[in-house]
Design a protein around this ligand. Sequence first.
Ligand SMILES: [Zn+2]
Length: 313
Amino acid sequence: MSTNKPMPVATYISAPFWDGLKDGKILMQHCANCEKWTFYPRRHCSHCLSDQVEFREVSGEGTLYTYTVARIPTLPEFAGPEPQLMAVVELDEGVRVNTTLVGLTEDEIEIGMRVKPVRAVVSKDGTVLLRFTGVNVDLDEIDEVPKQPDAPLVETEAAVRQIPLSDDAALQSLVSEEFSPWSNQLLVDQEMINQFAELSGDNYWIHTDPERARKEGPFGGTIAHGALVQVLTSKLKVDLGFEITGFTNMVNYGSERLRFPSPVPAGSLIHSRGRVKSIERSKRGTQMILELNIHVVGQERPAVINDLIILYM
Ligand SMILES: [Zn+2]
């Protein structure tokens, strides 16, 4: 879900492998001395230590040696709606490749099954990772470059409960421990973070300098400003299932509690959900506390907790 995912850094020894993937080829090192294959790329044959190794194209077909279903993301950057299907594939040439399975459900995966390579394009610069799927699956390439999801559909006829402001019992019935369904999803990318840095004047490197944030920051890359994520509430359409009627004025009275418990790495998809925490009458009017929480998609811990005070008069 995130462009903060670690990306391969090609060395001069491994560059042919990565360049090959970009060109649609799988290149493995073959030893002219002992005729065996080596992976990952290195200077010497891993069997006989000869330096007579050269890259040759292989089909990439093989068998599934082993796998695991990682339901808890191995890094926060890998959090997503689906668990990671991590695997070791043994190519027909005998080398084993650490990889991720795609295009397969958990119950379709079996150790020893025949697998074939899938090119996964993971970044705008064309970086390709080698993933695998079942030989019978119609999949050769997938696009994993993070993109802005489609805008939410505007409801033409809202099937919402109309609650008159004067109806105490109906108002109190809105108070709930249960959260609404999730809103639409929104991509928070580096470009958006840069724009907010410009606008707010907060251009601290942890937000705006991906290279430094990768090397020195605690999150492996840049993160969005908490304040940015908070204001994105307006772009996340939460369907609370009701509509208050019969008031003359509604104001945003601020927040009773605002917390940023977890970071939003650049390139994350976020979504939101809400619940009515309390409704009270006061001299000012009727005050509703709406708890709106924003999460990185797939993350249990919210990135923003906002107890929004809405005043109806
Ligand atoms: Zn050798």
